[in-house]
Ligand binder design. Structure first.
Ligand SMILES: CSC[C@H]1O[C@H](OP(=O)(O)O)[C@H](O)[C@@H]1O
Length: 355
């Protein structure tokens, strides 16, 4: 039966005590090589997030939390400044690594709260509490992934293909993923899921990462170019679409990898349910609609230098938004660790997430 139980390698692991380091799989090297890097400074974590060595909304949050711990190590060695002020500066610095995934800011807020809750603790004790909080964020994310899988599996069809876009798998989280956790749970429950993975230009998270994860888990997968999504739906191959998200506004509008909005429009056209799987840490209730979600724009060579080969004239103008926003009206349901949100609106979001 498809769906082996062997999970792919963990996205990241903190090794050691408060003086330890963060070990990450370098996702820019996949699928050719499974290479691990060790981050021993906050700058190395910032760089890993910026360059997508670690990526995916929940994974970015977990990595940033451990980045704060690495910064705390340096702060402990320099008593010229108040330790809690240094931690606050470190959080501000990590917050500049990428703008869209709200999990980054959610995790940093939790780390800042440790310093305010433990303001009368000596720096060494505060540093220990910071490591405990980072570990808790990682553990909770793993639990959230499993719960998302349990809730979402029942929504997937017992026949036909399931399309996904980008990578919302184990590599994007500290657990089995969000969208892929739903797929893995459905396969484990015995559903004959066949995944159509969109390659997801320009950085190919779908072909490089999602296809890699699915094949590791023996889940049947067909890789397609992004511009094939409509034809594949028109041929009747797709019975559902499920993706991840990087930030969901209070009304349910959801930011996800560029191209997700197009897939949602195509799904609507073909009367295919479009689901988004995301933990509660991806919801930003301070934003009333998706119009307010900051969209990251990335450098030109991600488009013109397709992984080392020039694919466009050197000075050509480019536009490279890394995300787009799918309106709540196109989303059949949001799949969270606390349950299914349907219809997708602020009242239902607040009811299910108990906000
Ligand atoms: C589980 S959320 C993953 C989410 O993050 C990805 O973006 P990036 O690879 O740029 O970090 C993409 O939007 C995924 O859906």
């Amino acid at each position: 039966m498809a769906g082996s139980t062997t999970a792919p390698p963990r996205t990241m692991r903190w090794e050691g005590d408060i003086h330890g380091a963060l070990r990450l799989i370098d996702q820019t090297k996949l699928p050719e090589t499974e290479e691990y890097i060790e981050c021993s400074t906050v700058d190395e974590v910032w760089d890993a997030i910026k360059k997508l060595k670690v990526r995916g909304a929940p994974a970015i949050g977990v990595a940033a939390a451990y980045g704060v711990v690495l910064g705390a190590q340096t702060a402990l060695r320099d008593d010229r400044f108040r330790f809690d002020n240094r931690i606050s500066e470190i959080c501000e610095y990590l917050a500049t690594s990428r703008p869209t995934a709200v999990n980054l800011f959610w995790a940093l807020d939790r780390m800042r709260k440790v310093t305010s809750d433990c303001s009368d603790f000596p720096p060494t004790e505060m540093a220990e509490r910071l490591l405990e909080e980072a570990r808790a964020i990682e553990h909770e994310d793993r639990e959230m992934c499993a719960a998302i899988g349990r809730h979402g599996a029942e929504l997937l069809p017992t026949d036909g293909g399931v399309m996904t876009h980008c990578n919302a798998g184990g590599l994007a989280t500290a657990g089995d993923g969000t969208a892929l956790s739903v797929i893995f749970a459905a396969v484990t429950s015995g559903k004959p899921i066949h995944v159509y993975a969109n390659e997801t230009r320009p950085l190919l998270q779908g072909s490089r990462l999602t296809a890699w994860e699915l094949m590791k888990r023996d889940v049947p997968c067909t890789l397609i170019c992004d511009n094939m999504a409509g034809q594949v739906m028109k041929e009747g191959r797709i019975k559902a679409v499920v993706t991840g998200a990087d930030r969901i506004a209070a009304n349910g509008d959801a930011a996800n990898k560029i191209g997700t909005y197009s897939v949602a429009v195509l799904a609507k056209q073909h009367d295919i349910p479009f689901y988004i799987a995301a933990p509660s840490s991806t919801f930003d209730m301070s934003l009333s609609t998706g119009d307010e979600i900051p969209i990251e724009e990335r450098q030109s060579d991600e488009i013109t230098m397709g992984f080392g080969k020039r694919t466009a004239p050197e000075q050509v103008n480019t536009y490279n938004p890394a995300f787009d926003v799918t309106p709540a009206s196109l989303i059949e349901a949001l799949i969270t660790e606390k349950g299914i949100i349907r219809p997708v609106n602020e009242e239902e979001i607040r009811r299910v997430l108990e906000l």
